[in-house]
Write a protein that binds this ligand. Structure first.
Ligand code: PMP
Length: 360
C-alpha cells in the first residue's frame, strides 16, 4: 500500500491511525456485532459514541458550559443560510466582514434573511490582507458580526480575535477549527464543516451560546433550528452517524498528540518551512501579507503560468496530489491541515527546489 501526500483543501487527508482503527472496527464495533454505520442513532452504542465525541470536542476546545455543541448537516454553505435564519431575527440586521470568497458567499446568502451590511472589506488589497479592526464600521444594533477565520481559497487567516463588544461574533471556522487553541467565550457562534481538520464531509459542527437560541425566523426548517436541535441533543433528525464516529476518533487522536497547543506548534512549524522557501525564491510567490498568512492553506504561483501543468504532473509522479489552486485564482495551493505530516511539506519543498532548478 502506498499513501500519497494529499494537499487537498477538503475533503482532506486524515490521520492514518484513525483510518486504520476505523478499518479494524468496520465490521464489528466493540463486540456489538455491527458496523457503526448500521447502528440506530438512538441505540446505546451510538449514543455513547456521540457523547464521547462531544465531550472530547468540549475538552479540546475548552467550550464553556453555557454553549451548546450541535452536530448538523448541510455544510458551511448550509450554515450561510442557517445562521441568519436562527440569529438575525433579534434585530433584523447583521454585519459581515469580507476577507475573501467564503465570507463574500456567506454575506450574499444572508441577504435573503435580513439587512446585511459590510462592516469591513479586504477588497482594496485584493483580499490579500485582513482589514485592521480600526477600519471596521460596526453597527451596535447588528444581531451579530460574521467573519471567516480562515479563507481557504485566498489563504488569509485571522491571527487575532476581533472585539465586537456586546454584539455576538460569529465565525466560519471550516478550515482552521482544531488547528490552534481559541477562546470560545469570545464568540457567540462558531460553525465548521468537518471535512478539513475533523473528519469526513457530511458533518457540520455548530457551537452556539445559549442566549442566542430561540430567535429563529418562522421560515426556519425544523431540522435547521438550533433550539430544536439543542433540545434534541442533535437528534431532531438522524445525524450523520458515521461522520460523527470518525470525528470522535480524530478528536481522540488530537488529544493523544497533546491537544490544540501541540497542533498549533506542528502547524506553525510546517507552514514556516513552506513560507520561508517561498519568500527566499524568485520563482514562486505567495501574495498574502505576511501577518495574515494562513497556516492551513498556502496558495502560490509559479513565475510562469505555462509551467503549471508540468509542475502538477511532476508532483503527482512523486506522490503529491491536489496541489492545483482554486479555479478562481489559478496557480497552486498546498493545504496543510493537522493531519499533513511535516514530511509531506518537506517533500513538497524538495520538489519545488528541484523544479525551480530545472525551470528557473
Ligand atoms: N467556508 C469555508 C471557509 C470553506 O473552506 C468551505 C469549503 N471549502 C466552505 C465554507 C463550504 O463548505 P461546504 O462545501 O461543506 O458547505
Amino acid at each position: 500500500m502506498t499513501r500519497v501526500f494529499n494537499f487537498s483543501p477538503g475533503p482532506a487527508t486524515l490521520p492514518e491511525a484513525v483510518l486504520r482503527q476505523a478499518a479494524d472496527e468496520m465490521l464489528d464495533w466493540h463486540g456489538s456485532g455491527m458496523s457503526v454505520m448500521e447502528m440506530s442513532h438512538r441505540g446505546k452504542e451510538f449514543i455513547a459514541i456521540h457523547a464521547e465525541a462531544e465531550a472530547l470536542l468540549r475538552e479540546l476546545m475548552g467550550i464553556p458550559a453555557n454553549y451548546k455543541v450541535l452536530f448538523m448537516q448541510g455544510g458551511a454553505i448550509g450554515e450561510n443560510a442557517i445562521v441568519p435564519m436562527n440569529l438575525i431575527g433579534r434585530t433584523g440586521k447583521a454585519d459581515y466582514v469580507l476577507t475573501g470568497d467564503w465570507s463574500k458567499k456567506s454575506a450574499k446568502e444572508a441577504k435573503n434573511f435580513g439587512t446585511v451590511r459590510t462592516a469591513a472589506t479586504g477588497e482594496a488589497s485584493g483580499f490579500t490582507a485582513i482589514p485592521a479592526q480600526a477600519e471596521w464600521k460596526l453597527d451596535a444594533e447588528a444581531a451579530y458580526v460574521h467573519i471567516c477565520s480562515n479563507e481557504t481559497i485566498g489563504g488569509v487567516q485571522f491571527h487575532w480575535t476581533p472585539d465586537t463588544g456586546a454584539v455576538p461574533l460569529v465565525a466560519d471556522m471550516s478550515s482552521d477549527i482544531l488547528s490552534r487553541p481559541i477562546d470560545v467565550s469570545r464568540y457567540g457562534l462558531i460553525y465548521a464543516g468537518a471535512q478539513k481538520n475533523m473528519g469526513p464531509s457530511g458533518l457540520t459542527i455548530v457551537i452556539v451560546r445559549d442566549d442566542l437560541l430561540g430567535h429563529a425566523l418562522p421560515v426556519t426548517p425544523s431540522a435547521f433550528n438550533y433550539q430544536l436541535q439543542a433540545e434534541a441533543d442533535s437528534m431532531y433528525n438522524t445525524p450523520p452517524t458515521y461522520a460523527i464516529y470518525i470525528a470522535g476518533l480524530v478528536l481522540k487522536h488530537v488529544k493523544a498528540l497533546g491537544g490544540l497547543a501541540a497542533m498549533e506548534a506542528h502547524n506553525k512549524a510546517k507552514a514556516k518551512i513552506l513560507y520561508d522557501y517561498l519568500d527566499a525564491s524568485a520563482f514562486y510567490r505567495n501574495p498574502v501579507s505576511p501577518a495574515d498568512r494562513s497556516l492551513m492553506n498556502v496558495p502560490f504561483k509559479l513565475k510562469d503560468d505555462a509551467l503549471d501543468d508540468a509542475f502538477l504532473k511532476g508532483a503527482q509522479a512523486r506522490g503529491m496530489i491536489q496541489l492545483k489552486g482554486h479555479r478562481s485564482v489559478g496557480g497552486m495551493r498546498a493545504s496543510i491541515y493537522n493531519a499533513m505530516p511535516v514530511e509531506g511539506v518537506q517533500a513538497l519543498v524538495a520538489y519545488m527546489k528541484e523544479f525551480e532548478a530545472q525551470h528557473g
